[in-house]
Design a binder for this molecule. Sequence first.
Ligand SMILES: [Zn+2]
Ligand SMILES: [Zn+2]
Length: 346
Amino acid sequence: MKACVLHAIGDLRVEDVPQPNPGEGEVRVRIGACGVCGSDLPRVFTKGTYRFPTIPGHEFAGIVDAVGEGVDAALMGRVAAVFPLIPCRACAMCAAEEYALCENYDYLGSRSDGAFAQWVCAPVWNLALAPDGLNIDSAAMTEPAAVALHALKRGGICRGDRVVVFGAGSIGALCALWAKYLGAAAVGVVDIDASKLDRMRAFGFEVCNGSEQDASAWVADIFGGLVDLVIEATGVAAGAESALRSAQSRGRVVFLGNPAGDMNLAQDAYWQILRRELNVVGTWNSRFTSSPDDDWHETLQAMASGNFDACGLVSHRVSLDALPEMMASLRAGLDDVCKVLVVNEA
Ligand SMILES: [Zn+2]
Ligand SMILES: [Zn+2]
């Protein structure tokens, strides 16, 4: 099969590799679409993965086309997203069904081969079956959308909340979409990239360019005061400081953005945590379980309802052959990019 293989830091090549066969308890998925995650850029260009060679790609969906021993053959032909984390099932967090917090996990697309390929194998437990009629591109958005939903749940999202998201990358944009879907009274987005803000404005959100005006002053102005829930999705100190300054007393601030470097906070921003008794929480990955009330199944249901359109964030669609060039463009700073999907034509 064709795959995009990372041989060393900066060395991503399209090549032919053996098609994988499902082992006991596994399924094979013919990949329809796989998103490029923000974390794939450092993975490919600066930090590398746990071993080489590795096939990256962890935000994917496709069609089950082979099953291993002990797996129900009725799954053949089903469209599914795949939770990329394979938990150890031995640690305390696994016992609590908090698999994203597992201490010793395997991961498709970083520790094991992922989905920048035509096929991938995964344990059947990791399948999140798409409701009938949901297209594969939407299903491939399940992973980032579930990460965003998890962040809002960590922030205790309530109907009527006023919500501001700092950072309009794909996860930040998904947070804004979820906030609206979940009944927020008003949603604002702050970024420093005008094209990202244009996209968010087109979705109907209030937007602020943080490089042109003071974001917390804008929040107070637009929302008639500081807000109930703030999502920090920039991963830079200036964004985190503005996020802390934008939450009202006893408000909630969720730290979501992967830090790009040290996160040194100005003293007055730090003071807000104390003086306004802010509830500051972190969020990591998403919750996937075997029950239907987890982030993944909720995401698939919301997308199938037609009221949550994560595909509206797809800015580019490329083939596997074009992926190395696309990764180089993303690294160089491609204009007007949100979510890039790598698609395999059926
Ligand atoms: Zn990701
Ligand atoms: Zn574990």
